[in-house]
Design a protein around this ligand. Sequence first.
Ligand SMILES: [Zn+2]
Length: 363
Amino acid sequence: MRVTICHTSGVKASSVQSVCALLNEADKQIIQVEQGALDAAAVDAVWQAHVTDATTDASWDLIYAVIRDLRVQLDIDDSTTHFVYLLTEKANANRWFSFHEPIGTGANVYIHTADWGGFMPGTSDFIFPVAHLVASNVLHRLVYPLMNDWDAAAHDIPEGCLMDKCMNKREIRLKLKAVDVCPLCQPDYQRALDEKRLHPNVLLDGLAMLEKVRSRFLFSDRTGLQKQPSRLEVRKHDGLLFLTDFGQLVPLPPQHWALYVYFLENAAERGIQCHQINQDRLLELYQLVARAGDLGAMIATVQRMCEETSFNTKISEIRKHFREVVGEYLTETYYLWPKRSDSQRMIPLDRKLVVVLDRDTPS
Ligand SMILES: [Zn+2]
């Protein structure tokens, strides 16, 4: 069972990557969540080919046609064992946050990503709600093949059940904590299992993903009050930084990643200035994550990174990336030392929170 996620250009690729990483962190048997091999511009083009009237919100039928077309472009056949999701900031005519295409066609799901701000901690706020919707829509689609059936079965008044309707985005905080199927809804799930529409492992995987989202959300909800830093995974095998407890990636480009990891290694107690950097070590880190390029070009890049102007620019760009994910306070207090006149830079984060992973480390 696969879940392939596409998104329009109004949705940040790094946020989608965070959603996939969060869901794949769950202990699963058979569901794999992945980003589709279509870039946002290609998805935009498919959207525009079907939704030609930009003045009104797209009807569900048009959106189904968009996702079906994405399915063709991705070369995925119409099967209920391969879900295709469209994440978009573009609204739909009925103003639902998510919905799936009826039975008889592929398992196609739409999720609205805009306007979650203000209800979630941090600034990349859609990750928890959207991850929850990705996981729950797999189950909804298999248990209630028609949206009308789902609509009739769902609770208008929240029961702490997976089938609670979320009528406005303010209610999402409550919904994120609901990962159970209540006794009222259990017969529907049982029937889906009996009729083999829902595989028992898919049910378990769906619930495991929801539980992962819930626990991460509860943790980050608390850190919103306490403002504690998250553990930080430095992933040498894929060049990512992952804030484990927030379920979020910090999307740093390769040069920024190398510089940041260099600082993690070398600037715990004392700050360093750009001319003090050991360029051989910085080059090693950069080589881990730079896509390609010959050695000479990489050495030149590293030399440039250590020149004061370029160095300062990189630091301020790193700051911007962190701020977008964890906000000003955590960035300045833990992840990057504030601007100072003597230009010494350091990262005060407690190194016990730093976990370094590479290819040989089981994750
Ligand atoms: Zn229920």
